[in-house]
Design a protein around this ligand. Structure first.
Ligand code: ACO
Length: 442
């Protein structure tokens, strides 16, 4: 159940339409965000709102994540992401998002052992990987595998409003643990190597790296700097309030599908290049600049001249109109990581020049286009050895606790209704078929 509620207010907003005046309650969040509650708009006035891209529409009250795009603030359950990235591990942040509080020592041990006990997937699922053609995108495999979990673990596959809390916790834990295994298996499949099974003696991120990079002939050396960088990246991706994929999870979830199906929808939404798929597009773009030898300035000029047809991937955000706080941390992490691994990546030089040029160009500053979470993350993944086709899978691994927490919060909210927007019809008025249109023989 939502614990923090909007503050009660007697303030009303007035709408005047065709000479009639209507009043709607004003709602204020705990960080003083103000909304006009138009739940009764159509009932009272007979009209609907029109809001392409939901630029002005709040779809729910939520106590999970707060972000202020103007000030570049991001907090999970009240904690600044900067603090969490510095002091926590990803699994603890996942616990925080899903359960609303930081785990104490006992809860930490329990959570860790639950994640371990659910890390294997049903052995038959292994065969599904072999059915995909070579070069299948791992996001396609991931989404299909996650939805397939509902067939191997059918509890929760039918919506029951009285589902015991324990069943939900198990499904959430299964997802958290098995998605990591699925992600690593899809990579191994793509390079034709045998799968490496999860190990109970390794922590979440180290376990993932081991499943990705060790092989029967060559053990993988788990470096603490790499584990640390992966923890930071996953934490920074863990939730972002009502973004496109989370909105997809809530919308699909509103039809009361099971958690696996709702998360599958989120994965598909995340894949898009305007959303999480941008991390792969950024590296494609940097490689293209490098390969063509055209220089960063001329690439930026092409973007500007294209009038929106070409994008500087990893720049711009629907909500941040300031530097994305996650990008700030990731940029520093990127420098630290490359230094620790003694790697010089020419793509980082191109990225830095691109940022510097864009930040001193009116086109970008006037539109408030700053680097976002996807701009530098790919360079860290490359340094770790993760191929670019896997970048969005990494994003999904990080975003998973956010999707689970949002799905859980939605289903516990008594106001959670089937999400079904209205439209304004602009097609032809009623017309009748002429004889030539009538082709069916009677
Ligand atoms: N490069 C060049 N121009 C851009 C960019 C960009 N990355 N982003 C926005 N613009 C321009 C638009 O062309 C538009 O210009 P105009 O006013 O002359 O028409 C103006 O800036 C406003 O852009 P919108 O598309 O209206 O802004 P919106 O909020 O709808 O888009 C989005 C946000 C989709 C993230 C956009 O900035 C974008 O496409 N960025 C590149 C893709 C990307 O990095 N996505 C990841 C976002 S973070 C995440 O989802 C995890």
């Amino acid at each position: 159940m939502l614990k923090e509620k909007t503050m009660p207010t007697t303030e009303m907003a007035t709408l005047t339409l065709r000479g009639q005046t209507y009043e709607f309650p004003v709602t204020v969040g705990t960080e003083n965000e103000i909304a006009i509650d138009i739940s009764a708009l159509r009932k009272k006035t007979g009209v609907v709102t029109l809001d392409y891209g939901y630029m002005n529409t709040g779809a729910c009250e939520s106590a999970i994540t707060f972000l202020d795009g103007e000030k570049g603030v991001l907090r999970y359950r009240g904690y600044p992401v900067e603090e969490l990235a510095k002091n926590s591990r990803f699994v603890e942040v996942a616990y925080l998002l899903i359960n609303g509080h930081m785990p104490n020592e006992i809860e930490r041990v329990q959570w860790s052992s639950l994640l371990n006990s659910h890390s294997m997937m049903h052995e038959d699922m292994r065969h599904l990987f072999y059915q995909y053609p070579e070069h299948s995108h791992p996001m396609a495999i991931l989404s299909a595998m996650v939805v397939s979990l509902s067939t191997y673990y059918p509890e929760l596959s039918q919506h029951r409003p009285d589902e015991p809390e324990e069943a939900i916790t198990i499904a959430a834990t299964r997802l958290m643990s098995k998605v990591r295994t699925i992600a690593a298996f899809s990579y191994k499949k793509s390079i034709g190597e045998p799968f490496v099974y999860p190990r109970h003696d390794l922590k979440y991120c180290a376990n993932f790296l081991n499943m990705m990079f060790s092989s029967p002939v060559c053990p993988y050396e788990i470096r603490p700097e790499v584990v640390q960088a992966l923890n930071v990246l996953l934490i920074l991706h863990a939730d972002h309030e009502q973004n496109c994929s989370t909105a997809a999870v809530r919308l699909v979830g509103s039809a009361r599908v099971n958690l696996y199906a709702a998360v599958g929808a989120g994965i598909c939404a995340l894949w898009g290049p305007l959303h999480g798929g941008a991390n792969q597009m950024v590296v494609d773009m940097l490689e293209e600049i490098q390969r063509s030898g055209q220089g960063v300035r001329s690439y930026v000029d092409l973007v500007k001249a294209s009038k929106g047809k070409m994008l500087l991937y990893g720049f711009g955000h629907r909500v941040y109109k300031n530097y994305d706080p996650r990008a700030k941390i990731i940029k520093k992490c990127c420098h630290d990581m490359l230094k620790a691994l003694q790697i010089h990546d020419p793509l980082l030089d191109i990225a830095l020049e691109l940022e510097q040029l864009a930040m001193s160009d009116d086109y970008f500053t006037e539109r408030n286009l700053y680097p976002n979470v996807d701009f530098y993350s790919g360079i860290i993944y490359r340094a770790i050895g993760i191929p670019k086709e896997m970048f969005t899978v990494m994003f999904a691994l990080g975003r998973l606790p956010g999707w689970i927490a949002q799905w859980k919060e939605a289903r516990e909210d008594p106001r959670f209704k089937l999400q079904r927007p209205r439209q304004i019809y602009v097609g032809p008025n009623m017309r009748l078929m002429n004889d030539a249109d009538k082709t069916r023989e009677i």
